[in-house]
Design a protein around this ligand. Structure first.
Ligand SMILES: Nc1ncnc2c1ncn2[C@@H]1O[C@H](COP(=O)(O)OP(=O)(O)OP(=O)(O)O)[C@@H](O)[C@H]1O
Ligand SMILES: [Mg+2]
Length: 366
């Protein structure tokens, strides 16, 4: 399939904002996120827990609770997704756009045979007969690599291993040949070898079907080499966005760099310490005026505490929201000054990073 729909992105998200009115105040879960995704392409959304990844996905899937306040635009192939939601369009979600969740049991009904669950979607959305739907369900289980697929149709979810259950969920998501599949931490609940098989399977199926995919993860290692583009989120905002190769070779945001230091690399000398990012993400109710990452950032300067940086271009389709970007003269100087001081303007102890692999030059990574 060609990468565009009439030259337009398949999905175009512009300045998306999602707030939840709670007793404590408004939780700004997503705060001005924009991206385009073309047909057949993959976007990775990466960030720590609470950064707004799932809320972004649930907004696209129309799965937010009624008290959520949504602003901004979401266009899918020229149609306004929020209008489709208002019109209660039934054959859009689960058909053109589908989602896989972290825990397969969220999507599976424990008291229904897996064959029936897949067939149901085919009957409801595509009007298949019982027999047709059952046959197709068997084919789908084969497609997702489930051994003895036909026999599994009459099994219950609890009779399958975690990896097989997630394959069933993928089969369900693919049943109506979606044009966009959102996979929200699809492998986090699985062990490492199964994780790789499932990610490879998703890749293959996406390629075969010309489907677009959003792969959500807290682990940069998962998206490395798998997605076309990556958006790094923090505190509901986009910190950095670039094509995957650029993001790994010339990342500009200190948060991206810090995330990368939390995963092991093959080319790391064996003594390199993996450094957890010190501190915690901010409260999304009382958001301070500066950069939300400033209190945890090795590069921070006084300006970061008072002024939130806007997303700025660093070469083709590479944007980053930072006053002192990694690998730039300003960034190198800011970090060096903090190292010399032993602390940052926000009081972060620079000693916490001693022995960590530095990527402040460009061209590292991969
Ligand atoms: N229904 C809700 N009501 C109030 N706050 C919510 C609701 N759903 C999410 N939030 C808040 O929105 C923020 C973003 O949550 P989200 O689930 O998108 O994070 P995430 O990036 O998916 O994290 P994780 O990696 O843990 O899945 C969090 O602070 C969360 O507590
Ligand atoms: Mg989530």
């Amino acid at each position: 399939m060609n990468g565009t729909v009439n030259g337009q992105p398949l999905l175009s998200v512009t300045d998306l904002r999602v707030g939840f009115a709670t007793q404590r105040g408004l939780v700004r879960a997503v705060d001005g996120v924009s991206f385009d995704l073309f047909a057949g392409k993959t976007l990775g959304i990466v960030g720590e827990s609470g950064s707004g990844k799932s809320v972004t996905a649930k907004t696209l899937m129309n799965l937010l609770p009624s008290y959520a306040r949504v602003e901004g635009s979401v266009m899918f192939d020229g149609r306004d997704v929020r209008e489709l939601a208002a019109q209660k369009e039934k054959h859009f979600w689960g058909v053109e756009m589908t989602m896989i969740f972290q825990d397969p049991m969220t999507s599976l009904n424990p008291v229904k045979k897996v064959g029936e669950q897949i067939a149901e979607s085919l009957r409801v959305h595509l009007g298949r007969s019982r027999k047709e739907a059952r046959d197709e369900a068997g084919d789908l289980l084969e497609t997702v690599g489930i051994p003895e697929a036909r026999k599994r149709l009459s099994q219950y979810p609890h009779e399958l291993s975690g990896g097989l259950r997630q394959r069933v969920v993928i089969a369900m998501a693919l049943a109506c040949s979606p044009r966009l599949l959102i996979a929200d931490e699809p492998t986090t609940a699985l062990d490492v070898t199964v994780q790789k098989h499932i990610l490879d399977l998703l890749d293959e199926l996406r390629e075969e079907r010309g489907m677009a995919m959003i792969l959500i993860t807290h682990d940069l290692g998962v998206v490395k080499g798998r997605t076309d583009d990556i958006m790094v989120m923090y505190a509901g905002r986009t910190m950095e966005q670039a094509d995957t190769a650029t993001l790994f070779s010339t990342m500009r945001h200190p948060y991206t760099e810090a995330l990368l230091e939390t995963i092991p690399r093959i080319d790391m000398p064996s003594h390199t310490r993996l450094v957890p990012i010190p501190g915690r993400p901010p409260d999304l109710i009382d958001i301070a005026p500066g950069c939300p990452f400033a209190p945890r950032c090795r590069y921070s300067v006084d300006a970061c505490v008072v002024e939130c940086p806007s997303l700025e271009g660093h070469g083709t389709a590479h944007v980053c929201a930072c006053h002192k970007p990694v690998g730039t003269e300003a960034g190198i100087a800011a970090r060096a000054a903090n190292e010399q001081q032993g602390t940052t303007p926000t009081g972060l102890d620079m000693g916490l990073f001693e022995g960590a692999g530095s990527r402040s030059g460009t061209g590292a990574g991969n």
